[in-house]
Design a protein around this ligand. Structure first.
Ligand code: GLU
Length: 282
């Protein structure tokens, strides 16, 4: 049974890029006679607002999308995320990190052997300052990516399947994971978890078979597959779609409210127009 999902964070209004993900996933679920879920990714407390959740439901309904109830809210699932991080810690793959953004920026601005500091899906690649230090339980928890990948050597299938714009069977790129993702945060100090852990735990919990999202998430997908292998969770099929850009070629951000679904609707756009704008057949 195909299970597709759309997993927005209620930190702003849905825009064309979201409509693209949601409609693609919904259409695919319909075509497969499958199920379609909406998951509200509200772990980032202060940035998430109930009025944005209401706006998401309203916009999805206007788009003609139907989803199953009850909707899963990630803010209710902290215990499951804690258990996942604990398991990785028991495997000896994590360390506590007390670095602030400023500490990381300072460490990275020191002269580098390997040239310019790299940026990954979560921003600057962590220089590893706290790795091997005795940490404080209050601090953030990071995954030791090198160690994590070493434990996967030989014993696990490191491939996953993509459909859509870059279809094929992909093999995890360990060098890219180390150099372009690095020791990612598993549990932020302020919220006790992270996007990567929450999404992987919930996709498995909800038995999601297909994950549809923008191609800007492609390197995060590699991280997610690593976490799935470490935690013995199934890997869904991934579909990354091209990004919808505004007239100036910039990626749409949530703050770009001119292209919010409801702004377009107010300007007289129909659902057909939205589908045409993201090149989906009506
Ligand atoms: N919650 C994420 C967002 O709003 C999307 C997560 C995902 O599709 O995996 O961008």
């Amino acid at each position: 049974m195909t299970i597709e999902r759309f997993a927005p964070s209620p930190t702003g209004l849905l825009h064309l890029g979201h409509a693209y993900s949601a409609l693609t996933a919904f259409d695919a679920a319909q075509a497969a006679n499958g199920r379609f879920l909406v998951r509200i990714e509200d772990i980032d407390g202060p940035r998430c607002r109930p009025e944005f959740t209401d706006a998401i439901y309203e916009d999805l309904t206007w788009l003609g999308i139907e989803w199953e109830r009850p909707v899963l809210f990630q803010s209710k699932r902290m215990a499951a995320y804690d258990a996942a991080v604990k398991r990785l810690t028991e495997m000896g793959l994590t360390y506590h990190c007390s670095c602030t953004r400023r500490d990381i920026a300072a460490a990275l601005s020191a002269p580098q052997e390997g040239g310019e500091p790299a940026f990954g899906p979560d921003g600057a690649i962590y220089p590893g300052t706290c790795r091997g230090r005795k940490g404080n339980v209050e601090d953030a928890v990071r995954l030791d990516m090198r160690k994590a990948l070493a434990t996967l050597d030989g014993s696990k299938d490191l491939s996953y399947t993509e459909i859509g714009m870059d279809a094929g069977v992909k093999v995890l790129d360990k060098t890219a994971l180390i150099e372009q993702c690095g020791d990612i945060v598993l549990a932020r100090k302020d919220i006790g978890t992270s996007y990567h852990v929450a999404v992987v735990v919930d996709d498995a919990y909800q038995k999601v078979t297909h994950v549809t999202r923008g191609v800007d998430m492609a390197s995060a997908t590699q991280i997610h597959v690593v976490l799935q292998r470490l935690l013995d969770l199934p890997t869904p099929t991934y579909r990354h779609h091209r990004l919808i850009r505004d007239d100036t070629g910039k990626r749409l951000a949530k703050r770009h409210d001119a292209l919010a679904i409801r702004a377009l609707r107010d300007q007289g756009w129909s659902v057909k127009d939205i589908r045409a704008a993201v090149t989906l057949s009506a």
